[in-house]
Design a protein around this ligand. Sequence first.
Ligand code: NAD
Ligand code: UGA
Length: 352
Amino acid sequence: MRRVVIIGAGGFIGSHLCEWLLESKEWEIKAWDLASQKIAHLLENPRLQFHHKNAHADATLSRAIEDSDVVISLAAICNPAQYTNRPLAVIHSNFIEAYQLVDLCATHKRWLFHFSTSEVYGRTLGSYSAKEVVETEEYSESNSPLVLGPIHQQRWCYASAKQLLERYIYAHHSENGLPYTIIRPFNFFGPRMDFLPGQDGEGIPRVWACFAEALLKGKPLQLVEGGEARRTFLYIDDAIRAVLLLLDKPDAAQNQIFNVGNRKTELRIHELAELMKSCMSELRAEKKYLNHPCEVVSGKDFYGEGYEDSDRRMPNMKKLEALGWKPISEFRPMIKKTLQYYMNKYDHRQDL
Ligand code: NAD
Ligand code: UGA
């Protein structure tokens, strides 16, 4: 039996990871999260010991890490609306709380398997440099990009905190021999992603839940800045397969950083909106969804002051593919499965 500590086990990725690890019967899990609804169906499993608490305020965490083979860190505030509305909480969650976990893993020399983000790449260089001003450029405190964009564009506080944590992990590796794996997920999607506002959470969730909510409530799908930004999307099962592969190959996985994404699913966000409308139309056998309205909103109106977007995120996947991984899920059926999850969970509610 291998022993894993998972921080943030009750979230979207954590709930799927716990399911798969328990299914394999090779793992004993000690898990922490502030929420448990998404793993309620797993809590009776004797191989899962769940601590319904803030992991970083729990004195028993250190002992659990000492007793483990690997520590998986998922806990984070990772919702773009919060980067502009609660930047202090975002930095606190993604760096200040998180670095204490790195210290604990270094103290006990335990393998830290950390979830970073594709956002550390920021924006494409071209989005900044294509303007023919390079020769005359001067650095300005308030306007010049720091790769991730200027400080007052607070959207980048999450990416900065995640990047600094990667550097902190690497520093512990080089000075103290901390074994680590960092993965950079590129927009995973699937059932249990986020919440529907006013139903089981408040605020603005990530795009899949935003669009599902709009379709279910008969509201327009909102396209931030026209929905021109591009993303690649990876279905959660393929993502978890990547994690399991890396956990099974410590010699190849340790002390490395891996992109985890799907190069074949790139869409502009307005194209994702059309795809979700068409999948909803098939699921409900109702043509009206094909004409469901979209509306353009500014980033400032949607997310607040300080929002700036990643224009494009195309992962190079050679490193993970060299270990034998590739995504196998078909895109359209998985979009339907994700929409079906929101329908099953929320459709019966009178107030929708
Ligand atoms: P999520 O919000 O669904 O899950 C995060 C979980 O961490 C939540 O259940 C939350 O309650 C928990 N948590 C936060 N602070 C905690 C604390 N102090 N103690 C205990 N639990 C705490 O997010 P997710 O989509 O599952 O993402 C997990 C990780 O992967 C995050 O670090 C995120 O930055 C990273 N990531 C996710 C994606 C994606 O596509 N979902 C992409 C890039 C990076
Ligand atoms: C996300 C979050 O930062 C993290 O969960 C994660 O670390 C990161 O992706 C990642 O995969 O690495 P982002 O892709 O910008 O960032 O967040 P989404 O909510 O998925 O938004 C995707 C795009 O849709 C953005 O361009 C956003 O402006 C747009 N959007 C979102 C809309 O047009 N309409 C909406 O209703 C919601």
